[in-house]
Structures are given as C-alpha cells and as structure tokens.
Design a binder for this molecule. Structure first.
Ligand SMILES: NC(=O)c1ccc[n+]([C@@H]2O[C@H](COP(=O)([O-])OP(=O)(O)OC[C@H]3O[C@@H](n4cnc5c(N)ncnc54)[C@H](OP(=O)(O)O)[C@@H]3O)[C@@H](O)[C@H]2O)c1
Length: 364
C-alpha cells in the first residue's frame, strides 16, 4: 500500500507560490475586461445569505446583491455594525429604487453552536434560500496558533468547518430554493495548502504551525470538502457548489499585520484589487446563468474538483493536491466527524429527514 503523503511535494509547493505571485502581479491586467462594479441581472425573488457582510468583500457582495433587488441576509457577528451599514445604504439608495430588502442575523463562526442556532432559525421559516455565500474568513497573519471553544484551530474552524456545517444544515432551505447555489469565497493560497486528515488542527508536531499553514490548509480543505459535496449532490437536487478566488484584495484581512507591513500593503494599490473588484468573482458565481450549466458539465465528466471561478470570472483549475479524490473523501469524512454530523447527513437531509448535530468536538 502506498504510504500516506505527509506534505506537499516541493514542486507542487513551488507551483503554488508561483500561482499566488502571478495572481498578485497580473490580476489587474488579466481582469481588465471586467466592469467595476460588475453589472448584475435583476434579482427580485432571490434570497441570499452572505456571511461576514460587515467588512471587505462580503460588505460589497451584500450591498450589490441588495441593490440588484435581492433579499439579502447579512449573517454577521457584529449586528450593530450591520444595522448601521443598512441605514447608510438605505439613505444613499433613497430615490434610486425600492428600499433595499436587507436584514441581519447573528452568527459567530468561532462557535459551532452559533452556526447550528443560525441554521435552525433560518430553516424554521420554511422559506427558500437561493444563494448561500460563505464569505467570512480570517487570516491571522503572524499570530500564534489559537483554538476555538469547540477545540479547533481558528482558521480551520472559521474558514472551513463552520461554513461546511452551515452549508449542510441549510440544505433543506437550499432545496426549497432550487436551483440554488453555495458559493465559497476561497483563495489562491489553497494552492500552497496541504491537509493532513489525521492532524487537521496541526498539533501533532509533524508540521510546524504558522498562520500561512493554518490559512492555506483551511482554504484547501474547503475546496476538497466542496468537491465531494458537489459529487454527492444529485443533479436533480439543483444545488451548485462553487469556490471562487477573489484576487488579492485590499480589505481588513490584513488587520493583524504589523503596522509597517500594513503601510507597505497600502502603498501598492495598483496591484491590489479594491473590495468592489474583489467581490466580482463571487457575484458572478452567484448570479451568472452559465454557472449551474458549468457545474453540470463537471459532474457529468466526473471531474474530481468542484467548479472554481477565478478573480477574472473564468473557470480555473484548482491546485494539483485538490484533485486527490482520496484525500478529498477523507476531508469530507473528517469534517463531518469534527462538526458532529453523521456520515450520511447529506443524504438524510436530501431525503427530507433530520440530522442530529453532536457538538462539542475535541482536538484531534
Ligand atoms: N483580501 C484578500 O486578499 C483575500 C484573498 C483571498 C481570499 N479572501 C477571502 O475573502 C473572504 C473575505 O475576506 P476579506 O478580505 O473581505 O476580509 P475582511 O475585511 O477581514 O472581512 C472578513 C469578514 O469575515 C467576518 N468574520 C471573521 N470571523 C468571523 C466569525 N468568527 N464569525 C462571523 N464572521 C466572521 C468578519 O467579521 P468582523 O468584522 O466581525 O470581524 C468580516 O466581516 C475571506 O474568506 C478571505 O479568506 C480574501
């Protein structure tokens, strides 16, 4: 039996970094064909949940979807900030069309119980959900390793486990809204990530923890989980699962950087997208009519990775490691275990059944 891969091969690692640097240097040129803001079709009758909608890319996504007529649910931990934003947007929008249809619901992705409560509250409405945008994320650059109260490394929990749990628990509403979409705001950094399914928390000492390891692995885990979800959802369910790369974007994601690095970051505006530019791939994936067709083609071809849309709003190939069906399957199984769901949760929810979520997972 082949021995289990312990880390990314150095060629894969090098190719990953080349992709990251390429995106950073050439994104503006390669995406110059895109309009900013991205024109959206009329979206009345469409309900969207956007996580992390109080800042950066998520804020732009929520605002633009609402201005196109969608019913937008800002799923956030700072509800006061969200209400203030809505007030501001309504004032600025006044006279330009019908009042924006936006509401706020609280969720803290650092607590799986909060995710569970959010999903229960939303599902209790028995209303259709057409688009779930898993945007909220953290990149605690240079910080030491932190764990959530559920016992998981924080990048793993916020960027992968919590959105995975949310996507699964909201399936009943997404089925009601079918054709519907789950859009995961991922990152080109997934290309330098590696997931050790026996050590998702990076505590065994086999790999040295750094925030880059935590972030890139969480983003790769999201691609792998999404790929299996895409595979397991029957075409008849009409739910498309898509990952997107927003580009390298000027947001609050760099809030933890040392002040001097932040200053340098602000000095290179030519290369870095604004949050509006960074919102385009998610908005495209959420609204373009060809996206579900593309997901259907990938499914029919048994392609090992779910749809991945680049910052240029074009299909792109995820990293070589993301193509490992075996590891993706392990990531799927391990994720369900860590969030306390049974291994057949997706199938049970699709059949209209209920699943029990046993929270309070422990570090592996
Ligand atoms: N900026 C980039 O260059 C870049 C590149 C690739 C991918 N991305 C991805 O894009 C997404 C959005 O990031 P951004 O750049 O817009 O950063 P950002 O400005 O820091 O926004 C992140 C959002 O996530 C929310 N969030 C963080 N932790 C949360 C938690 N525990 N529960 C609920 N919400 C939480 C934040 O809420 P608070 O305001 O309450 O903290 C904030 O609204 C992330 O998934 C990120 O990984 C960004």
């Amino acid at each position: 039996m082949a021995s289990q891969k312990k880390k990314l091969g150095w060629m894969e690692w090098l190719r990953g970094w080349v992709s990251v640097i390429w995106e950073m240097l050439f994104q503006r040129i390669l995406a110059s064909h895109l309009q900013n803001p991205m024109p959206l079709p009329p979206l009345s009758d469409v309900t969207c949940i956007v996580t992390g909608a109080t800042s950066g890319i998520g804020l732009e996504i929520a605002r633009q979807l609402a201005e196109a007529g969608a019913h937008v649910v800002m799923a956030v931990r700072k509800t006061k900030v969200a209400h203030e934003l809505i007030q501001k947007w309504q004032n600025e929008w006044s006279g330009l069309g019908a009042p924006l249809n936006i509401e706020v619901m609280e969720v803290d992705l650092l607590s799986l119980e909060s995710v569970l409560r959010f999903a229960e509250t939303w599902n209790a409405r028995a209303a259709p959900l057409h688009v779930l945008i898993n945007n909220a994320g953290i990149f605690s650059i240079g910080e030491p390793q932190h764990f959530s109260k559920d016992g998981y490394e924080e990048h793993l929990q916020v960027n992968h486990l919590a959105p995975a749990l949310l996507s699964l628990l909201l399936l009943p509403s997404l089925i009601r809204g079918s054709p519907s979409r789950i859009i995961n705001v991922n990152s080109i950094m997934h290309a330098i990530g590696f997931v050790d399914t026996e050590d998702m928390n990076v505590v065994s000492g086999r790999r040295k923890y750094t925030s880059v390891v935590g972030y890139s692995s969480s983003k790769l885990a999201q691609v792998m989980f999404s790929s299996i979800m895409h595979k397991r959802l029957p075409a008849e369910a009409g739910i498309s699962v898509v990952c997107v790369s927003p580009g390298i974007v000027h947001t609050n994601v760099a809030r933890d950087l040392p002040k001097i690095v932040q200053a340098a970051y602000h000095l290179i505006p030519y290369f870095i997208f604004s949050a509006k530019e960074g919102s385009r791939s998610a908005l495209f994936a959420a609204t373009d009519p060809q996206v579900p067709e593309y997901c259907g083609v990938l499914k029919a071809d048994d392609w090992p990775v779910c749809a991945y849309i680049s910052y240029e709003c074009r299909p792109m190939n995820a990293s070589e490691e993301a193509h490992s069906v075996e590891t993706s399957q392990k990531v799927w199984e391990k994720t369900l275990e860590l969030v306390g769901l049974p291994s057949d949760a997706l199938e049970r929810l699709l059949e209209g059944g209920e699943v029990q979520c046993k929270l309070g997972g422990k570090k592996d």
